[in-house]
Every structure is written in structure tokens, then in C-alpha cells.
Design a protein. Structure first.
Length: 157
């Protein structure tokens, strides 16, 4: 049996820890059914969403977790049934916060937020403004998921 890469081993460990498991048990997020991590560093996770923002009541994100957690994750909305990027018109939309994070006109391969690897580029000011969300190597996937969950389940901020 081939040993996991160090980043995959650490990710698997984070999936077994209480913060991730608690989110699963609360119905906030989980690996997409059938996700095996065989496509590492790609991984699909769904996040519950207020139905005001998407009719499905959840959003699937396909993460690129290359060099996790030394490098921040990046994720894009994903159609799990088609196993393809989610059509732009199906991206969550509605509140100012949701529209700011889910910006298909900006990029279709990343979310516009301070813990996304792609969005962090050229946004050094976010390090102070959003210090509680700025990605550092001591963070886990739960930090990213929590940010998205709060965004998608806000009271219309």
C-alpha cells in the first residue's frame, strides 16, 4: 500500500478531528458522497446553504488542496452530478456578502475571500482587515468551510 503524501495525510487527520466531524454531524458540511480523495489534491465538499441563495439548499465546492495546509486552499462551485464546474447562473446569489464571495464575473475557479489561495494574491490589506480569516499554515479546512457556511447562511448581510 502506497503511503499518503504529507499534505493528504494531514488533511485526512483534519477530517477526523472534532471541528470537522461536528460540522458534519450538525449538517453544515461533508465530503460529497463517494468522495475517496483518489484525485488528490482535488476534493469535493458540500456546504449547507440558505435556500434564498441557491435552490439546492447546499453548494458543492471542488477544492484544490495542493501543499495543504502550508498553502491556502482554493475552491470553485462544482456540479457533483456532472462532475464539472457549476454553471455560472447556478452560483449562489442574493445578499451583498454572498454576491461578494461568489463572483463568477471575477473568476470561476476561486471564491473571493481572505482564506482562498487565488483571492489572497494582491490583497495584502486583507491580512489586517480580515485577520481572523486570513490563511496561515496553522489553519485547517474547517476555517475555510466555516467562512463559506457563515456567508451562505447569513441573515442577509
Amino acid at each position: 500500500m502506497k503511503a499518503d503524501a504529507p499534505d493528504l495525510s494531514l488533511f485526512r487527520l483534519h477530517l477526523e478531528e472534532a471541528p470537522f466531524v461536528s460540522g458534519v454531524e450538525a449538517g453544515h458540511w461533508a465530503l460529497v458522497e463517494g468522495e475517496t480523495l483518489e484525485q488528490w489534491p482535488l476534493c469535493r465538499i458540500w456546504i449547507r446553504c440558505d435556500p434564498r441563495y441557491t435552490k439546492d439548499g447546499r453548494v458543492v465546492l471542488r477544492f484544490d488542496l495542493d501543499n495543504y495546509p502550508a498553502a491556502a486552499p482554493t475552491a470553485q462551485p462544482w456540479d457533483a452530478e456532472k462532475n464539472a464546474p457549476l454553471d455560472r447562473e447556478r452560483w449562489p446569489k442574493g445578499s451583498a456578502l454572498v454576491n461578494a464571495v461568489f463572483k463568477p464575473g471575477w473568476k470561476t475557479t476561486a471564491l473571493y475571500m481572505p482564506c482562498d489561495r487565488v483571492a489572497m494574491v494582491n490583497h495584502d490589506g486583507w491580512k489586517q482587515t480580515f485577520a481572523q480569516w486570513w490563511w496561515t499554515p496553522d489553519r485547517t479546512i474547517v476555517d475555510y468551510l466555516t467562512f463559506v457556511f457563515r456567508c451562505l447562511n447569513s441573515a442577509g448581510e
